[in-house]
Design a protein around this ligand. Sequence first.
Ligand code: 3PG
Ligand code: MG
Length: 410
Amino acid sequence: MGKEKKTIQDLTEKQLRGKHVLVRCDLNVPLDGKSITDDTRIRASIPTIEYLKSKGAIVAICSHLGRPKSGPEDKFSLAPCAKRMSELLGQNVPLVSDCIGDEVAKLVADAKEGDVIMLENTRFYKEEEENDPEFVKKLSKPFEIFVNDAFGSAHRAHASTEGVAKMLFPSVSGFLLAKELKYLDGAVSNGVKPMAAIVGGSKVSSKITVLEALLDKCDKIIIGGGMVFTFLKAKGLSVGTSLVEDDYIDTAKKVLDKADKLGKTILLPSDIVVADKFSADAKTMIVKSDSIPDGWMGLDNGPESTKEQKTFLADCKTIIMNGPMGVFEFEAFNKGTYGLIDILADLTKNGSITIIGGGDSVAACEKSGKADQMSHISTGGGASLELLEGKILPGVAALTDKTNTVCSIQ
Ligand code: 3PG
Ligand code: MG
């Protein structure tokens, strides 16, 4: 990742006491209406906030939530996160109805040491994603110090992840960001071999392109979830009504060719749980992956595939999983994902390093009750993949260097 960056532990007591600190967390949690269905990211943000409080800082948390299109939308309000944060910290965390402007300035100025407030969704402004310099100025104005703890968003060069890091000095990483970098960057640069990557989930277009990079780094690849069917179609097989991105069939072919040339194996499921509709109560059956009938869609891998995955991974010392194997939210299609999680839990017991990335994989691990049996549960999906790909994360690059007094990017 280039030069080592400052963390909050590099800041002195004097630098923090009574100071107004803007903390970027990734509170982009899954919601069912207003209920948080997995609060992992909020819990993971707590140690940094507790630490800053204990040093007498005045803490303002900012984050995005979801992908609002144009302006504020109630369903993307951070209100449920402020409520959960209040419960976890045991103190009221008021939510300001904006992330910039007079109301924020007043609340921050009036706050006492140890107070924690939350600013409303930064993506309620289109300038956030544009990393607009004027917006960056407004966002950073009430603050002296910036702490980036939003690993899950560190691959975004947005105002609240990258812009403010260049504007405020010092800009440092929080505990979560530092830990994620240590684990994931460590796995990529010095991971013990043989190394495997498991790539699944429905974000076919965003993941299929990183497979080439993963092929270089890892000895073995397992592909699962929705992207499987683009690969099966690339192999000339019928996939019924399964999810396919036709624009990516050529890419899939190239990935398979490259694996062949490198002498590396990509394991695709040999059997599939198919359904007559996308529904928890759909009619289902298990078929060979080369015999998916017309009118049926694949929503999970079958039991034969799980057995093959177990054998395939048996000698692997470092395994990175990003994305589920099926629609694990429905009981009928959760066995592929949970079966693989069981395999990873056993491998961890035997000394392998297992790293789980991606909101969905983390949620699946939590739901399976085996989250604490993995070596590291990452809070980042896209961010962990980009790190794996060797990309520079803008939210990290913009932070203050350990050795320099000024940020190298300024
Ligand atoms: C995530 O969940 O992947 C991060 O919070 C980033 O969200 P985004 O993909 O909408 O930028
Ligand atoms: Mg994302």
